[in-house]
Design a protein around this ligand. Structure first.
Ligand SMILES: CC(C)(COP(=O)(O)OP(=O)(O)OC[C@H]1O[C@@H](n2cnc3c(N)ncnc32)[C@H](O)[C@@H]1OP(=O)(O)O)[C@@H](O)C(=O)NCCC(=O)NCCS
Length: 208
């Protein structure tokens, strides 16, 4: 089956490098930016728009778009595709860890025993996820995030670069945690929280 990547931006570059490092070959990229048509990302060519993908599939794919809502909408739009989960060979993922379809685990990450990771999750460069965590679908853990044991990150939440979450804390669905935050108590869904300790600063519309 052919393997395609959705997206051709900076995040897609790291997804492509991860797929190549894992020994996979890529049959093309899709991106709606007219400027990117025909261009190559690490040797993989942009062969059309997202609409064009409908003519090529169903096939295997990876949604290489950092925005969590955008990945959710695309996964809904392409229900018959087989979403590949990929782990960089220089990541450590304990064999007991369950990874959902479409999830990408980048170089330098560590995922410890009995953690469950949902679908279309991004475990970005150098992030660590300790034992018994629950990571919902469409979550993005940015580079250098550290989750202690038994943390729960609900669907669609984004944890900003360099943030830390202490044991047993829960981050609510679609919440955004700002760069460098220390999450020391539960955060509700649909807020932007920043700081040390992290406190909700804004409410996010559920209709994003
Ligand atoms: C929190 C964040 C998402 C911005 O959210 P926003 O809703 O657009 O917020 P704004 O930029 O309007 O800032 C709102 C306030 O929060 C403050 N703020 C923003 N980010 C902050 C952070 N990480 N830590 C502490 N305060 C922060 C701003 O200074 C501003 O303060 P003020 O109201 O006193 O002026 C963003 O700053 C951030 O941290 N993003 C992380 C990006 C990242 O990790 N990318 C990795 C990609 S792989």
């Amino acid at each position: 089956m052919k393997l395609y990547v959705f997206g051709a931006g900076g995040h897609a570059k790291v997804v492509v490098s991860t797929l190549l490092a894992a020994g996979l070959s890529i049959d093309g990229l899709f991106d709606d930016d007219p400027q990117k048509q025909g261009f190559c990302v690490l040797g993989a060519k942009v062969i059309g728009t997202i609409e064009d993908a409908k003519k090529r599939g169903p096939a295997q794919g990876v949604l290489a778009i950092g925005n969590n809502q955008a990945r959710r909408l695309l996964a809904q739009e392409f229900p018959e595709w087989e979403w590949l989960s990929v782990v960089h060979p220089k990541a450590y993922v304990h064999p007991s860890v369950a990874l959902g379809p479409g999830t990408v685990v980048f170089a330098g990450t560590v995922v410890q025993p009995d953690t469950h990771i949902g679908a279309h999750v991004i475990i970005n460069t150098g992030a660590t996820v300790d034992h018994d965590c629950q990571i919902g679908d469409f979550v993005h853990l940015a580079p250098g995030v550290h989750l202690a044991g038994q943390v729960m990150i609900e669907e669609g939440a984004f944890i900003g670069i360099g943030s830390a979450v202490i044991p047993k804390v829960k981050v609510g669905a679609w919440t955004i945690v700002g760069a460098g935050a220390a999450v020391v108590e539960n955060l509700p869904p649909y807020v932007t929280a920043v700081g040390v300790p992290a406190k909700p600063k804004k409410v996010i519309s559920e209709e994003r």
